[in-house]
Design a protein around this ligand. Structure first.
Ligand SMILES: C[S@@+](CC[C@H](N)C(=O)[O-])C[C@H]1O[C@@H](n2cnc3c(N)ncnc32)[C@H](O)[C@@H]1O
Length: 442
């Protein structure tokens, strides 16, 4: 690996005699790891090695073609780098009651889908991404994960400044110089320079200073990067402490995990732990913050068609909002948050993307198919084999042996999406943006 000389110098200084083993780890291949969704019972195959700090994650022996695995598309698992799953330990140690949480830099959604599983019952996650294209991918991944307690927004950090003291938990997985990804993504090596590290620090502090006010008193902020240098990590944590009197929390790690820990946070190096380079730290706000009181608004419009809710388990716990022609089923205790974010921010998704209104008819949406709250007893379901599932995901018009009308296509009994069955053929309702573009048959 052709590493920049300034990177070698700085990292040698950081690692001392460990540099040699770090350097050889960078020249070995990156492990592949996946984290399971609780949509299915998690397989306990002894041939898979577990990720020590994440209960639902495993390393795979080799990297398969995820694109041609229908279970990847139905949200049964998320392909995520193992070190970053350490977020689980922080949430388990410091978040004990239901929270309103913000994941500020969330795309493509690794940590948001993890957070949704980890946060205590009744919590709501605002999952935000500044970049529009990446925000759509985030929204897709959140919908595939299938939980309804999430709102996806596409905003800049400054757009949250109005929500002073609203959040009990904030994750800033900051845009960074990407050093920790050199092994997985060699292109990031060419983009690295000391100047770029400096620019990243400037941007990270700008993001943190814009968002700090939105954290409630006693709230937790988790800061992470996939870098090794001290400027983007320890020095930023020290800066948070000095600027906002934040308390740095000490996170418990098992010694056998071999994670490097100091007074600022936890560091992951590929020669010590099976995963990529990563830094993570947790801080508590110790200063008083007035909390904004969100008001109930008359926006978006509520659709009172109770008939629609029969497709959901626990139908009495949802409100249906209509934004443009899309209906979203939202847990009632999220109503006020949805109203405020819909008015003041750019919402891409909320709750369950349920149906599209077409005149007097409703077209079921993929978000409903993928939702953990769908009531399958109310719906025609057709379980298909792998080849048909792939053709469905390629958005081909498959023919199925089922009732006429809307049919939910599933693979290994996990829903994938909808077709409208016309008898001799069917219309494929899978979103075109989500389709498998590669036309080959696996
Ligand atoms: C490290 S990635 C996030 C990865 C994500 N948390 C995950 O686990 O899948 C950082 C994200 O920050 C976004 N970003 C870039 N500049 C930003 C800024 N000025 N403010 C907020 N987010 C920014 C990037 O678009 C990128 O999606």
């Amino acid at each position: 690996m052709n590493l920049p000389i300034d990177f070698i110098r700085a990292t040698k200084e950081l690692l001392g005699e460990e540099w040699g083993s770090f350097d050889s780890a960078l020249n070995s291949s990156a492990p592949t790891s996946i984290r399971y969704n609780n949509k299915i019972e998690i397989p306990t195959s002894p041939s898979f090695e577990k990720v020590a700090w994440c209960e639902t994650a495993f390393y795979l022996e080799e990297r398969p073609s995820f694109t041609f695995d229908p279970l990847f598309h139905s949200g049964v698992y998320y392909v995520q780098e193992a070190s970053s799953m350490f977020l689980e330990q922080i949430v388990k140690q410091f978040v004990k009651q239901q929270v309103v949480a913000l994941d500020l830099c969330a795309a493509p959604g690794g940590k948001s889908t993890h957070l949704i599983d980890l946060l205590p019952q009744g919590s709501v996650l605002i999952s935000n991404e500044i970049n529009r294209q990446r925000a759509y991918i985030l929204s897709e991944n959140i919908q595939k994960w299938g939980n309804e307690n999430c709102i996806v927004t596409n905003n800049a950090p400054a757009d949250f400044e109005r929500y002073q003291g609203l959040f009990d938990f904030i994750l800033v997985d900051a845009p960074c110089s990407g050093e920790g990804m050199f092994r997985k993504d060699p292109n990031s090596i060419d983009e690295w320079s000391l100047k770029n590290v400096e620019n990243c620090v400037f941007r990270q502090r700008d993001i943190l200073s814009k968002i700090w006010g939105t954290l409630k008193e006693d709230g937790i902020l988790v800061y992470s990067t996939c870098t090794y240098n001290r400027s983007e990590n320890e020095e930023n944590i020290q800066w948070l402490k000095d600027t906002f009197s934040a308390e740095i929390l000490s996170v418990k790690c098992e010694p056998k995990w071999n994670i490097f820990q100091n007074e600022y946070g936890c560091r992951f190096f590929p020669h010590r732990t099976k995963g990529e380079g990563f830094f993570i730290s947790a801080l508590r706000k110790k200063t008083f913050e007035k909390t904004i009181k969100l008001k109930s608004l008359n926006f978006p419009k509520v659709n009172n068609n109770k008939e629609l809710l029969k497709y959901l388990k626990k139908d009495d716990q949802f409100t249906i909002f209509s934004l443009q022609d899309i209906l979203y089923a939202v847990p009632k205790d999220m109503d006020i948050l949805v109203q405020n974010f819909a008015k003041n921010n750019t919402i891409l998704h909320a709750g369950i993307e349920f149906a599209q209104q077409k005149g007097r008819d409703f077209l079921p949406q993929s978000g409903l198919a993928l939702s953990k709250s769908i009531d399958l007893t109310q719906i025609n379901v057709c379980d298909v084999d792998k080849e048909i599932a792939i053709r469905f995901l390629q958005k081909e018009n498959i023919s199925i042996n089922s009732e006429k009308g809307f049919v939910l296509i599933s693979y290994q009994n996990v829903p994938l999406g909808w077709v409208k069955n016309l008898g001799n053929r069917s219309n494929n309702l899978y979103p075109k943006e989500w389709r498998i573009r590669n036309k080959q048959i696996f």
